[in-house]
Design a protein around this ligand. Structure first.
Ligand code: ACO
Length: 323
């Protein structure tokens, strides 16, 4: 049986860090409110010349270096993003060009904060279906560029950045002991479209628009949706919460992360948290967290790693990987 095994990982963050203190000078908020409600202490904000494609390229190069590979060794690039450099061509094709890659296929995938989970599931399906051998999966965002910087209910929550992993076709036994992606569980329900959206787009307003969110409504659904797809992943693979070495959640809000882990019975020591440093970087948050925990030696080869996310759409999903 073909498995999609992690060969490398990498990340890139904008140089500029914006603290909660600095946020206080922009909108009527406080460090205390932001930390208490979200766990966020700072976020990185893209500056001049830094775009979704440039950050994605940085993460891609770091992942290739770590894997000892070059772009010649890839045959697929998927970029999960809701903040592409342009409406088209896809940011993935832009990154393909930046990497000097003239073969294979590259495309963007849009599932907002669940984008990385959707992209890993898609790359895994391509690899297992024989359409690709080695895929670069990137989550890259510049949400700072679609924020309404006068709206304190949203602008304090988000940040910019990019993370990437490389998945490679390898033979497995078809058991839960195999390295690689063991299962992916994806869900969406468009009835929630008006709870978290961007109020513009090429086909409606002809503008880029700004992010709008009914935070309390999103919060209300988050824990239930997240725990459902994680339980579905356990059921599909014959694993339990006790088998999980690391939970790597989408980093939107510390309270959602803690609530989900508690409901599943996964202890805090097994949860990777970076929301304090990065804020909510949407599709980039999971690969940024993976990079942090795999770089410092927490996530090791053979560990069972559960990824989960929930976001605009709503979309939500989980991926269980033996690292
Ligand atoms: N600073 C100070 N006060 C604020 C701020 C702020 N930045 N923002 C809102 N407030 C005020 C509100 O105006 C309100 O005041 P009022 O009581 O006088 O009306 C009060 O704080 C409470 O507001 P709530 O919205 O009820 O606060 P809540 O506890 O729900 O926290 C938050 C808000 C952090 C947004 C929370 O609802 C949340 O995290 N929601 C989920 C967001 C999320 O997870 N998104 C994930 C998907 S993101 C994606 O897919 C792109």
């Amino acid at each position: 049986m073909i498995r999609s095994v992690v060969r490398g990982f990498g990340a890139a963050l904008p140089k500029r860090v914006m603290t909660n203190k600095e946020m206080e000078s922009r909108v009527d908020t406080s460090d205390e409110w932001i930390v208490q409600r979200t766990g966020i202490r700072q976020r990185h904000i893209a500056g001049e010349g830094e775009t979704t494609a440039s950050l994605g390229e940085g993460a891609a190069r770091a992942a290739l270096d770590r894997a000892g590979l070059t772009a010649d060794d890839l045959d697929l690039i998927i970029v999960a993003t809701s903040t592409p450099d342009n409406t088209f061509p896809a940011t993935a094709v832009n990154i393909q060009n930046r990497l000097g890659m003239r073969h294979g296929a590259a495309f963007d995938l849009q599932a907002v904060c669940s984008g990385f989970v959707y992209a890993v599931a898609t790359a895994d399906a391509y690899i297992r279906g024989g359409l690709a051998k080695r895929a670069l999966v990137i989550g890259a965002e510049t949400f700072s560029r679609i924020l309404d910087w006068s709206d304190r209910t949203t602008c304090v929550l988000f940040g910019d950045g990019a993370g990437a992993i490389i998945l490679e076709a390898q033979k497995g036994e078809g058991t839960k002991a195999d390295r690689g992606v063991l299962t992916a569980q994806l869900r969406s329900d468009g009835i929630h479209g008006d709870k978290l959206y961007v109020d513009g787009g090429p086909s409606t307003t002809g503008t880029v628009g700004h992010l709008r969110m009914e935070g309390r409504e999103v919060f209300k659904h988050a824990v239930g949706m997240i725990t459902d797809v994680i339980e579905a992943a356990f059921e599909a693979t014959g694993t339990t919460a006790d088998d999980v070495d690391w939970l790597v959640p989408h980093q939107a809000n510390r309270r959602i992360i803690d609530g989900s882990a508690r409901k599943l019975g996964i202890p805090n020591e097994k949860v990777v948290v970076t929301v304090d440093l990065h804020g909510n970087t949407s599709a980039a948050s999971i690969p940024l967290a993976l990079d942090a925990a795999a770089s410092d030696g927490r996530i090791k080869k053979g560990d069972l790693v559960m990824l989960e996310a929930m976001g605009g759409g709503f979309t939500w999903g989980s991926v269980l990987i033996r690292w």
